[in-house]
Design a protein around this ligand. Sequence first.
Ligand code: FAD
Length: 538
Amino acid sequence: MLRLSEIKLPLDHPEAALRQAIVAYLGVPEAQVGSFTVFKRSYDARKSAMQLIYIVDVEVEGEAALLKKFASDVHVVPTPDMSYHFVGQAPSTQGSRPVVVGFGPCGLFAGLILAQMGFKPIILERGKKVRERTKDTWGLWRKNVLNPESNVQFGEGGAGTFSDGKLYSQIKDPRYLGRKVLEEFVKAGAPEEIIYVNKPHIGTFRLVSMIEKMRASIEALGGEIRFEHKVTDVLIEDGPAGRQMRGLVLANGEQILSDHVVMALGHSARDTFEMLHAREVFMEAKPFSVGFRIEHPQTLIDKARLGKYAGHPLLGAADYKLVHHAGNGRSVYSFCMCPGGQVVAATSEPNRVVTNGMSQYSRAERNANAGIVVGITPADYPGSGPLAGIVLQRELESRAFVLGGGTYEAPGQLVGDFLAGRPSSRLGTVTPSYQPGVKLGDLSSALPDYAIAAMREAIPAFDKKIRGFAMNDAVLTGVETRTSSPLRITRGEDCQSLNVRGLFPAGEGAGYAGGILSAGVDGIKVAEAVARSILKLA
Ligand code: FAD
């Protein structure tokens, strides 16, 4: 099969035009070209006449001769092998079962791959099954009641369950593990287009039912998922060869013995990070970002990004990605942009306020939202040590709770007032979507001064890229503090902790992923490392 790239066609081209373009590019009789699949479809919004750009995999007769003919053309190459190959299969007599802690995208894929290899993993998740979790999450959004063990961060599906479900990443992926993740999602009910569109997303409702199906697949293969099973301690044995993982202790006192434990905790498992630190598992502070959510009318973003093509069904609601390097040395960038979505209350701890964003597959809500965040490093954290970033997160989230009135409402300010340095007292044309509500005021005390200064510089700079971005009535809510993990549980080449054999730190919480797709990919990598370790493969 041949892979052809950079095939460009007008936005509204008839279906048959793609085949015609392939035949024309190859310069062969049509009968020589068999079936083809679209590997990727993107669009070029910079052109005055919008174009779709395809990469296709084509069955064609005389492949060798064509490769020779196009030897100097980088747009015609053999299609690479993208199929997934397991590193091994579990032996018929298996010792202790591997355990995965956390059932977010990373734990889900670690568990699924281990189950597919026959290892019958036990998966422990502190939160509830996704349907019950949904009720608890709405409890905060609708009734101002937080369940610290069942919320936007904790429970079946992990942090990305109530999200925009963006499924793309900039990780290097030479083994096409991201494709394995997407293919498993499609098997579980995601739309097939996620395999080939450039920036796929699935939205919240679909994610919920997909996760249930994937849970059933793991169980059908002999895996077990135990909800409301919070890990509170680790059993580590000191031996002549170093420290070795032997098992886990749960909140109910139960012990589960295993020599292979994947820790896919997510970035919000602060109590578990503290416990691992107390047990001297190696970890170090790492950079993350803090900021606010910004909301604009989606129509403003569509118009600025897509011009006369705004509203075209193939393009959907427009997104954006912005970066500004501020004069004080800080980088400000847009984070987790959710077209046609809503801002969500994303705290997992009482008396704290955290914002994030989600949407449905249709992305049909009135507002576009995104985090506008400022990069910070361990040098900015109060104190030192691996947990210092958490101290800062908690400080900012508690301050936001107070600024919001102490009821889980988010503190907010209109962009015009934020830039002018005056408090807001009433909304304009943009109605913020955050539930349970927004308390308007002055956000300047919600973040460190350098972050506020950098954002005041960045928002007008963003307005030059997206006309209207700095509109007076756009609404800021805060605070955005869970952009990534504030620490790394460092691992070696074999994916094991630097100082505890048999402990496999994984996913976003360990500092090895940032988003649903990359967390899923990391779950696959770590499952493979566990299999290699059990099977004693090199
Ligand atoms: P998590 O998904 O955080 O999962 C960790 C799991 O571990 C949790 O379920 C938790 O309950 C469990 N756990 C923690 N401690 C313990 C313990 N002691 N015992 C047992 N279980 C434990 N990313 C995207 O790519 N696209 C998006 O559109 C997107 N939108 C988002 C919207 C929101 C509102 C949020 C909060 C995040 C969003 N993200 C998005 C980020 C994405 O969700 C994360 O990057 C991803 O979920 C990380 O996966 P993970 O498996 O590493 O961790």
